[in-house]
Design a protein. Structure first.
Length: 303
């Protein structure tokens, strides 16, 4: 199963020409999940040729504009484009009210099923139990209620090697083999070992999206061993005091969390517009956590 994330924006609060506000698309199989939706996200989706019908779930971390101002535009366009698929928006208290007041004064009638799920940003809750994965909130520490999202694939059954089995092999036996149970066929006095007729299932994978947050060690157990973690790094360590003041993290701090949680790979983003170049972020983080990458817009990262 394909499991990957494409970064659409690595900027923070104020715009820089070549860096856009937060938005990412996580894809599994043929479905996509939109994570944050900064201003202009709909153009970024067009640019990357991401088909709207594939997106049925949108996760908003908090109500700072650089994380959700693109949502009203995106939803309006989906409505004008005769969307028929359902769309569920997960976000903190207030998001629904903000959008609905915009619909009201624009006399916009949404003609597809638009659902809102208000998330509690202070707790670890599973907010979506999907066919392929679960999504859990990651409580963060920011100036306003804010949470991240942990996407974890579900354990998959073993893959059946159908061509090795006799024709007319009973379906119940196939199910047993897929679950790793050996089959003894009394009638034909034959034994089928799961190990001989199936392949090991793909291992579970996890992606953590840590949006705007102050340095927060208490989340380390929840983030333990995830394959890929995105963590904000608004500042370099030189501006640690500014990070503390504004409830943001530095590249060093993001790397410290990655190291403590023993994640596979760290992606850092949400760079402050005051930085013209980003090398320092990389050097600084890598000094603590080697497998760090600067999140790059348009790039797809396998999880
Ligand atoms: Zn932000
Ligand atoms: Zn923020």
């Amino acid at each position: 199963l394909k499991f990957e994330v494409q970064i659409l924006g690595v900027g923070s609060a104020t715009p820089v020409l070549e860096r856009h506000p937060s938005a990412q698309v996580l894809s599994i199989d043929n479905e996509s999940f939109l994570i944050d939706c900064g201003e202009g996200t709909q153009y970024r989706l067009l640019e990357q040729k991401i088909k709207h019908p594939r997106i049925r779930h949108v996760f908003i971390s908090h109500l700072h504009g650089d994380h959700y101002l693109g949502l009203i535009g995106l939803i309006s366009s989906l409505n004008l484009n005769q969307r028929s698929e359902e769309l569920t928006v997960y976000g903190p208290k207030g998001l629904r009210e903000i959008l609905e007041i915009q619909f009201k004064y624009a006399d916009t009638r949404i003609r597809f099923d638009l659902n809102f799920v208000e998330v509690d940003t202070t707790a670890r809750n599973i907010i979506l139990d999907h066919q392929f994965l679960t999504v859990e909130t990651i409580p963060l520490a920011h100036r306003i209620p804010c949470c991240g999202f942990l996407f974890r694939t579900k354990p998959a059954p073993r893959k059946l090697l159908r061509e090795l089995l006799p024709e007319e092999f009973p379906v119940t036996y196939m199910k047993m083999l897929k679950n790793g149970i050996d089959v003894h066929d009394e009638l034909n006095q034959a034994t089928y070992l799961a190990a001989d007729f199936t392949l090991e299932a793909a291992t579970e994978r996890a992606y953590a999206y840590c949006s705007d947050t102050a340095y927060l060690e208490r989340n380390v157990p929840q983030l333990a061993n995830v394959n890929t973690m995105y963590h904000e790094a608004t500042f370099t360590n030189e501006l640690l005091s500014r990070a503390i003041e504004t409830n943001h993290s530095t590249a060093t701090q993001a790397a410290q969390i990655a190291q403590m949680a023993n994640v596979g790979k760290l992606l850092i983003g949400h760079f402050s517009s005051r930085y013209k170049t980003l090398e320092t972020f990389e050097t600084e983080a890598r000094a603590i956590f080697e497998n760090t990458l600067l999140a790059e817009e348009g790039v797809i990262y396998e999880i």
